[in-house]
Design a protein around this ligand. Structure first.
Ligand code: ZN
Length: 438
């Protein structure tokens, strides 16, 4: 954590600090990571060529592809003995493509935790609060940071990983939880459960709800605020850096304050990579500023947002990101598990070479939140992989579960029964109920 960081510095002070930190991070990348040194040498650039923040625009971007190509440790800037934590960016990639492995030194872990503490404090969470953390910890490693930050703050922690909404509500009443941290999908499901049970929000002790890692839409916020009668806030993180922790809302709910002592942000045109005018929409590109183990220079996040530097109604001077509601790729997320439709397709075609078409349908189920359903169309002229039709479906289900860490409903349908409406095979349907065909 930058010494003496304050949320109320002048923009000039923030820029000065970032200039110094950019120098350090470029030096770390140049001297410790072959990939960056080769790139900079190839362009005749040295770390000291970045005298201003604008000079950074001369450096090439780092993409997810670059990260995958250097699996597992090729982009680490510290020896393994200094690494205290490894995180796999998406377990789903293990089966089909090379995953991305991120390392953290003690400093990096402490920095991540301090960022979460800051986000809690920004919302007025104190040691008097009881924080109920409801995530699937095995599938969303960032969930641990909610716990560690609550402990570090001195707030009482009520960890409640993967139990039902009914039990969550019971715990919330019994423990007098004042803060709920969970995914938007699960919070919506809890709201439905509360309504079904005619549970009055006034019987809870809740003060606020904190949602991550998926972006929070205004519809969801309004729905949850009216159900729970408390403010609902969103967080932002980057899977390949820290998630959550990069940015978070304040009580003003006018964008997510970016941790500018840790990340330098640029907004670029998603196709040309050129900078967009301030206040305009584009792809968020981030450079880590103090990260030791896994420094990233101009990393393309694929998230579309707007960056605002005007002071916030809360008085904080850090720049704010507009809620991220679109990406430049097809990534979707189910209960916090990132998923690429192309990767599911590769998996399905690997099982069945005679697969003709498929659809992914994401629906919200009572009891466990968002669910994945897969509709398959295959040629009738070929034998089923695995033997029979039911063995084929079972084989597919078990492959999906192993590769993605997700249970899915899998069924075969006739081509004419696939949802169409001009959508491509990559389209994911969002539905409030399973689309049963047979
Ligand atoms: Zn604010």
């Amino acid at each position: 954590m930058a010494q003496g960081w304050s949320d109320y510095r002048s923009r000039d002070e923030i820029r000065q600090l970032q200039r110094e930190q950019l120098q350090m991070t470029l030096n770390r990348a140049y001297f410790n990571v072959d990939f960056y040194r080769r790139r900079m040498d190839g362009l005749g650039l040295l770390p000291e060529d970045v005298a201003t923040r604008d000079d950074l625009a001369n450096f090439p971007f780092t993409t997810r592809q670059d990260l995958a190509e250097h699996y597992p440790y090729g982009l680490f800037a510290e020896p393994l003995k200094s690494i205290v934590r490894l995180k796999i960016s998406s377990p789903a990639w293990l089966d089909q493509r090379r995953p991305i492995v991120i390392g953290f030194t003690r400093h990096d872990v402490a920095m991540w935790q301090a960022l979460m503490v800051r986000l809690y404090q920004q919302l007025g969470i104190t040691e008097r609060d009881i924080v109920q953390v409801a995530f699937n910890f095995s599938l969303f490693p960032g969930a641990f940071t909610f716990n560690h930050a609550a402990e570090s703050l001195g707030a009482t922690l009520a960890p409640s990983a993967t139990i039902s909404a009914t039990l969550q509500l019971q715990i919330m009443q019994d423990f007098r939880s004042t803060v709920l941290a969970t995914t938007a999908a699960f919070a919506l499901h809890m709201a439905e459960t509360m309504e079904r049970q005619s549970l009055d929000a006034a019987s809870l002790y809740l003060r606020l709800i904190l949602l991550g890692p998926d972006p929070l839409t205004e519809d969801t916020r309004q729905r949850l605020e009216s159900a729970f009668k408390v403010p609902v806030y969103g967080l932002y993180g980057v899977n390949e850096m820290v998630e959550p922790g990069v940015a978070g809302e304040c009580p003003a709910q006018q964008g997510l304050h970016l941790a500018e002592d840790q990340f330098f942000a640029e907004i670029v045109h998603p196709t040309t990579g050129e900078p967009v005018a301030p206040g305009h929409e584009g792809e968020l590109v981030l450079t880590t500023l103090t990260t030791e183990a896994y420094p990233l220079i101009r990393y393309r996040t694929r998230d579309i947002t707007v960056l605002r530097e005007a002071p916030c109604a809360c008085g904080r001077t850090s720049a704010r990101l507009a809620p991220i509601l679109r990406r430049t790729d097809n990534r979707i997320s189910i209960r916090g598990i990132p998923l690429y439709p192309e990767q599911v397709e590769a998996l399905l075609r690997g099982i069945d070479p005679f697969l003709e078409d498929f659809r992914l349908i994401v629906y919200t189920s009572h009891g466990i939140g968002e669910q994945l359903e897969i509709h398959l169309v295959r040629s009738a002229n070929h034998d089923f992989p695995g033997g029979s039709r039911s063995q084929y479906l079972e084989l597919t289900r078990s492959h999906i579960r192993r590769a993605l860490g997700l249970g899915a409903r899998v069924q075969m349908v006739d081509a004419e029964h696939l949802p169409k409406e001009g959508l491509t095979y990559k389209t994911v349907f969002r539905s409030t109920a399973p689309l049963h065909q047979s």
